[in-house]
Design a protein around this ligand. Sequence first.
Ligand SMILES: [Zn+2]
Length: 602
Amino acid sequence: MALRQDVEAIKERVDLVSVVSRYVTLTKSGSGQKGRCPFHKDDTPSFTVSGEKGLWHCFGCGEGGDVFAFLMKIEKLSFVEAAQRLADEAGVSLTSRREDGERDKLRAVVAAAAEHYAANLANTGQGARARAYLESRGFEEAAWKRYGLGYALPGWDNVKREFGARFGAENLLLAGLLVEGEKGSYDRFRDRTMFPIYDLSGRPIAFGGRAFDGEPKYLNSSTTPLFDKSRHLYGLHWARDAMREAGHAVLVEGYTDVLTLHEAGIRNAVGSMGTSLTQGQADLLGRFVQEVVIAYDRDAAGGAGAVRGMQILRNSGLAVRVAKFAADEDPDSLVRKFGGDSMRDAVRDAVPFHHFYLESLVAKHDPATAAGKEQILAQATEFYRGVRSLPLQQEIARGVGDLLGLPRERVAHVLATRPLQRAPGAGEEGVGGAQWRAEDDLLTMLLRGDVEWARIAAVASPADFTPAHRPIFEALANAPESHNISAWVVERLREQGLEEQAGVASSYVFAEVEFADLDRALEEKLDQAVRLPALERKMANVARALRTADAAGDRAAVDRLTLEQHGLTLEKSSLSKKRDARRGMHGRDEGEAQGEITSEAG
Ligand SMILES: [Zn+2]
């Protein structure tokens, strides 16, 4: 991708330390620089910058990244805006700017298509069904015009025939209006009610199409040079002024939710186009508001995707509340049945998202039983780890403690230290905090460049790592052979939308942990993170098979498995003998002590 080269060229020429120095007073510390973090109230300098690695990280609030991430965050810029500013400084001519002419052409294509769809809605016999649908949702002709609504005709080539000669099929494809099939290209949107998606200047750049029946019910434009669903919000250009004025945005799921709220005078409503909110969308919201009120229907709001989205918003520095609806209501139905004020009440009474989350856990698991408590603790652990704010983490721990009738301090300790559940199939046995901390240390060694990749890759594979760590190890496995692997990995994780892992990875790069005897520490960590858990999984499987064979009276199998079990036990004791030998030589258990430091850093 051309932009990728631009980004590399900018990074080569722009000095991170001098960019950061414009905002933060830095003093030299070790191989890097330190200062007070500009993103949280920082009394002890916890903000670290490495010019050599091109990365920064704050140990107070967990923020971190490269020069782009810094400028985006501090100036509240989009990635492209940050890139443009840095490109000017570095004297790099951006491919994206060279492509401006092409983008103008695509905008003309999309605008023409929007007019075409609008005319179909207003004037054709086939449009009757779409007209009836919109009227049934309370949208009269004036609203169709206000929001540019339209209708895509049935048939495979209406848009292709209408615009093929004028714009060329390749431009229609590039604008996301056609799809390439085996027998040539054809219309992407057929027999659908059409909702144009606008950019911040109010120009149509893409579409959402709603089917009358059939799947998918909602179809969005594919990613095009103009549109990337993960970086746009439906209705933002109508809502931006009202959002700024109110200081908060009402975030809904679908197109008609947005329009219904706007028609009811709730003009700070925007649509996430699905419940899985992305970092790009959170950054966009953060440019206009300090608070987001989530107004999804109840099932959607409790879903894993929505909860993850709330964490992304919160970790981006926004306050997040959730509006509560009855089981059969959503924003659209509420307004149509009870009017706009009922929705305003729901927004006013919205609860902080962590309260909402804890309530939803209680609805799923019974906190009066030990099993229910276990389930709630397990799920709350993941939730807790996904939140970066320390005060909020403490509130969550207090909430869980009170909910379960357990001592708050104990709960806080468990939430902070217990290992996250492994993916199904990996086995629960033998997964301890030691493994978690050993993974921390292995990834630290790799990301700081302390050890050669091959030494760890010879023993470990991604499947050995707990799910939260796995993407980091995978990114390391894919990193090109260059001197700055750490920056590449952090950026790669961010590109994948794995903000949390990107933050964790950047914290490893700056981890202030020293391995006095690196070889010894490496072997110890590989034992704890990889060899021992693998052995224990095998042992658990054999024990299970042995029970089955025993119950079935299969003597041959029992003999074979008993032998196997004996072998594994020997292997395990040889592992611990080796460990004792290593420790004996040095006299103390350095490995354990080291683990504590890095786990604080995440
Ligand atoms: Zn900070």
